[in-house]
Design a binder for this molecule. Structure first.
Ligand SMILES: [Zn+2]
Length: 274
């Protein structure tokens, strides 16, 4: 199987070309032809953040949004409200982390409970990724919340694996700011070490979601690779994560029986007999 010599993509996930005798994936080829300007992206982010006086932080209690919340409040001195949309399958440790971190940083925390069973049930039954639909719904809930409460900015713990701008204009004039654009894994971990953040043991390298592991396992069984593969490959390409760590993150997760049981019972489906 041909493997890209730059990132971790291989023939299972994308097309591999031979360029000057070396295997290179089509995404790395595009990257080499039009490299994004890292410095420029970080500068653009700084420039926007200087203008922000108050904002909501999309807070899942996971590690990336914790880093975003810390940076918004402490580094940039923004008047922030942490808003968590609980989709019904948040790990209890994530909710505990969220409460502990918000208290530590002296930030108000609002939890909005919603039911995403339809998205998760469909994803598991069809062995698809639930992440895009889940994230889209959450951003829409937050956008409405922002407008109702007079906020113009939503800060998120997103990185920038594709695209060239650290922000996105949403309808109603709300701006989403991707706080972790071009930030390395090591930089994130060094911030987390300073905070009372506890790493939960969950399959799928998530620090907050109980659906991701089972969804990855199902997808693996059907397709033979992780639906996170290309996103993680992009982090390697940008020099934000080591190849070794990335390869571990795209391995097939081992979901414990209790988690499969809980997820199936709550969704009322039976995929894996236990
Ligand atoms: Zn590549």
């Amino acid at each position: 199987m041909l493997k890209c010599s730059i990132c971790i993509n291989d023939e299972r996930v994308t097309r591999i070309l031979i360029i000057d005798g070396k295997p290179i994936c089509k995404e790395c080829k595009a990257y080499l032809e039009h490299p994004p300007n890292k410095e420029k992206i970080r500068e653009e982010l700084e420039e926007i953040l200087r203008k922000v006086d108050k904002a909501i932080v999309a807070y899942s209690g996971g590690k990336d949004s914790t880093v975003a919340l810390y940076l918004a409040k402490v580094k940039y001195g923004i008047d922030v409200e942490a808003v968590m949309v609980d989709h019904g399958f948040m790990a209890s440790q994530a909710i505990e982390n969220a409460k502990r971190i918000a208290e530590h940083l002296n930030v108000p925390l609002t939890i909005i409970k919603k039911d995403y069973s339809d998205i998760f049930r469909e994803a598991l039954l069809k062995a698809k990724s639930p992440c895009r639909k889940c994230s889209k719904r959450t951003m829409e809930i937050l956008r409405k919340y922002a407008i109702e409460h007079g906020y113009r900015y939503i800060i998120t713990g997103h990185e920038l694996p594709f695209g060239h701008h650290p922000y996105r204009i949403m309808s109603g004039g709300v701006l989403q700011i991707r706080m972790l654009s071009m930030m390395s894994e090591e930089e994130r971990l060094s911030i987390l070490r300073e905070l009372p953040f506890e790493f939960p043991e969950l399959p799928g390298y998530t620090t907050n979601c109980l659906i991701l592991g089972p969804a990855l396992e199902r997808y693996w069984e059907k397709h033979g690779y992780s639906f996170e593969h290309r996103r993680i490959a992009a982090l390697v390409r940008y020099g934000l994560m080591s190849k070794e760590k990335a390869l571990r993150k795209v391995e097939k997760p081992k979901v414990p029986e209790w988690q499969w049981r809980l997820v199936q019972e709550k969704l009322g489906i039976m995929i894996k007999p236990l």
